[in-house]
Design a protein around this ligand. Structure first.
Ligand code: 4JN
Length: 446
């Protein structure tokens, strides 16, 4: 009967038996393909993760920002052959505007920096945690949304900024129990590729596209890589030298190949020297093959990886000194990273580091009969005014039911409003872990 009333919205007995039109076709109660719900248990893990993102960002002096999840499509239509472009979740709105669900946060950040212009003083240290989207054919059954933590430093040209960003990620890892045994950072600079392309007079406007192609190494066949590079009008010699330089295994070897006068050597040496001062040398290694897949990086690039090699990159970032001018703004030196909320959870599961997060409430308040529901509300309000958390039982339930709920919500204390006690101005208190119980004046409750 309860279900019937709930279903038909009727109270009391049914006026007439349900007809076929009353039975609604049941909708699909799952979220859209590639998206997730966050019921309480999953939401506690997400909140715990985001709380760590926020506390690390704030401990590094960063300020939180956010932007609309919906942006103009124009913000993301780069022509460098990026996967992020191919999978853009874009559409035309009712005002015939081309819009997109953001696939990343950095272009929005660049838009906001341009918008703020001279009204903000550099450097900016901003962070954001935002849902990002991609429309991928579900053939691979991959997710279409994830939450990304981004930290960006705007207005600092030297690698002290990248060193600080890597330090912030390592601080995060340490907070959640991940060590340099579990995770490392591969670090390189796109100036390595830029130097090789310069030596073969490859026009600057092809730089992003070449990097995006190089990033596909190990993802697509070598022949396709070479085909794409030749399509970008690189000579056979340039292609060979590019692919060769990516196999360099150390800064010393890189210096032998490029010469010590090249700026990129100084950048990388300074970064590794700063890492030593921060105390995180064991976390990072030079790896010339790291280019990252976003067209706009121009300098240092890095990615966090799991040393067991089972998972995809955990996070990644780098310098993007030319992004603002692609939107018509004045270029400002910039670097940042993105850190997704999915791979890190897989890593924590792998390492047995998922935190035990149970619901927490300090009080559950109930009345022993219907007439005292108001008194129970008064007690709940008093406790909440004193900053206590209270689950107020909202219906007349047997005590057995209340104890069951108290256990389920992990309440610390049960407050019982009974008629004889209430007449004396007191309530019953039961500490649910120790079992201790006593009476107390309502005004003395805290
Ligand atoms: N860029 C992006 C967006 C959404 C997911 Br899931 N992965 C990557």
């Amino acid at each position: 009967a309860e279900l019937d009333n709930a279903r038909t919205g009727r109270s009391g007995s049914l006026a007439s038996p349900p007809t076929s039109s009353d039975f609604k076709q049941k909708i699909d109660v799952n979220p859209p393909k590639g998206t997730r719900d966050f019921p309480p248990e999953e939401m506690r893990l997400r909140s715990w993760l985001f709380q760590n993102f926020r506390e690390v960002s704030q401990s590094f002096g960063f300020e939180e920002i956010d932007f609309p999840v919906l942006e103009s499509e124009a913000l993301f239509v780069r022509k460098a052959g990026e996967e992020i472009r191919d999978q853009l979740y874009c559409f035309e709105d009712r005002g015939n505007r081309r819009v997109a669900l953001r696939p990343e946060l950095t272009p929005s950040l660049a838009r906001l920096v341009i918008q703020k212009g001279k009204s903000v003083s550099l450097p900016l240290k901003w962070f954001a945690i935002g849902q990002c989207w991609r429309y991928e054919r579900m053939t691979r059954g991959r997710r279409r949304e994830h939450y990304q933590w981004n930290m960006d430093i705007i207005g600092v040209p030297n690698v002290t900024a990248e060193a600080e960003l890597i330090s912030s990620i390592i601080t995060f890892f340490k907070r959640i129990g991940i060590t340099a045994v579990d995770v490392g950072f591969k670090v390189s600079s796109r100036k390595v590729l830029q130097e090789v392309l310069r030596r073969y007079s490859v026009p600057d406007n092809l730089f992003g596209r070449v990097c995006v192609t190089i990033d596909k190494l190990e993802k697509i066949p070598m022949d396709d890589i070479k085909k794409e590079l030749r399509a970008a009008e690189l000579s056979e010699q340039a292609v060979e030298e590019l692919l060769q330089i990516l196999t360099v295994k150390s800064l010393e070897e890189l210096e032998e190949k490029l010469g010590s006068s090249v700026e990129v050597i100084a950048d990388l040496k300074q970064l590794f020297s700063l890492a030593e001062k921060y105390g995180y040398s064991e976390w990072i290694q030079f790896d010339a093959s790291i280019v990252r897949g976003l067209a706009y990086y121009t300098g240092i690039v890095f990615e966090g990886f799991d040393r067991e090699g089972k998972l995809r990159a955990i996070c990644g970032g780098g310098r993007y000194d030319r992004l603002l001018s692609t939107f018509g703004g004045e270029d400002v030196p910039a670097c940042g990273f993105g850190f997704g909320d999915a791979v890190i959870v897989e890593l924590l599961k792998e390492r047995g580091l998922l935190p035990e997060l149970s619901p927490q409430v300090q009080n559950i308040v109930c009345s022993l009969d219907q007439d005292l529901q108001g008194a129970a509300s008064l007690v709940a309000a008093r406790l909440r005014d004193k900053g206590q958390t209270v689950d107020l039982v909202l219906e007349n339930k047997p005590l057995k039911w209340v104890f069951k709920r108290a256990s389920r919500i992990n309440a610390q204390r049960l407050i019982i409003v009974g008629s004889s006690e209430w007449e004396k101005g007191v309530v019953g208190v039961k500490m649910l872990s120790s079992g201790e119980q006593y009476e107390i004046k309502v005004d003395e409750l805290e």
